[in-house]
Design a protein around this ligand. Structure first.
Ligand SMILES: C[S@@+](CC[C@H](N)C(=O)[O-])C[C@H]1O[C@@H](n2cnc3c(N)ncnc32)[C@H](O)[C@@H]1O
Length: 248
């Protein structure tokens, strides 16, 4: 398995990300020479994850990889993006590439919450995903799995149900929920965003198990009603299965 950080540059400063805390000190794409040297391992890898603390779509090296890499038999390639740079022009490049899966982070179903957590243009992100779904649907027999994700926290967990509805509208394959990693669970992680103060520790779902359970249950119910797959990962399922034992 190869995990490749395509870039540390990002066009967002999401409150729960090390970028928002000024903990990313180097802004650069992975050098083309590094990708060139990975040519042999890239042919052998069963799984390739293009992720990290940056936005891959900002990286020239990423685009060069996605345009040229030929998928190897049995190889699974996963991408992660905020979707803001997806357009009708570049979405077909990803749709026709060797990528197996692309996860697009929304973290909200309301524009105001998206602005608070991610600080970007929610409409633009939704348009980007729509362009990608349309491009994928034009590729015969495409197996590209497109999904939108939410990192659950106090501020957005009640919007998971709305995200399921957005997933249906956009035609993605599934909606995926994770929760905050414990690495930021410290009183010093505080981010001011307009008149909202994000305090990492206070946002962790483990402090609100009943509220989390109620919100996640509502999302599960809606997903069944409207036929939109919802995957509860990173122990988020525990809130509705076993409220007594839910930690990140
Ligand atoms: C750091 S981002 C980079 C990729 C891309 N720019 C994006 O927005 O998805 C990768 C994923 O990590 C998630 N993430 C960021 N900070 C996190 C945290 N403290 N705990 C859990 N997930 C986090 C993001 O929401 C996103 O889904």
């Amino acid at each position: 398995m190869l995990i490749i950080a395509a870039t540390t540059k990002c066009n967002l400063r999401c409150v729960m990300c090390p970028h928002a805390m000024g903990r990313v000190h180097v802004y650069q794409d992975i050098a083309q020479i590094c990708m060139d040297r990975l040519e042999a391992p890239l042919k052998l890898a069963e799984r390739v994850d293009i992720t990290g603390v940056g936005e891959p779509l900002l990286s020239k090296t990423f685009w060069s990889f996605i345009k040229t890499h030929k998928k190897q038999p049995g190889q699974y390639i996963r991408l992660n993006s905020n979707g803001l740079l997806l357009t009708e022009e570049n979405a077909p490049i990803i749709a026709n590439s060797a990528a197996s899966e692309i996860s697009i982070s929304f973290d909200a179903s309301q524009t105001t919450t998206y602005k608070k957590i991610r600080g970007g243009n929610f409409e633009r992100a939704k348009q980007g995903v729509k362009a990608l779904v349309e491009a994928r649907n034009r590729v015969p027999d495409s197996k590209l799995d497109i999904y939108i994700n939410m990192t659950l926290m106090k501020e957005n967990v009640s919007e998971l149900e709305g995200l399921v509805r957005i997933g249906k509208e956009l035609g993605v394959d599934r909606v995926v929920a994770y929760q905050l990693f414990s690495f930021g669970d410290s009183p010093v992680w505080v981010v001011e965003r307009g008149d909202w103060t994000f305090k990492y520790s206070e946002q962790m779902l483990k402090h609100y198990p009943e509220y989390a359970a109620e919100s996640i249950r509502a999302a599960v119910k809606t997903s069944k009603e409207i036929g939109m797959r919802l995957d509860l990962l990173c122990k988020t399922k525990e809130y509705i299965e076993n409220q007594a034992n839910c930690s990140a």
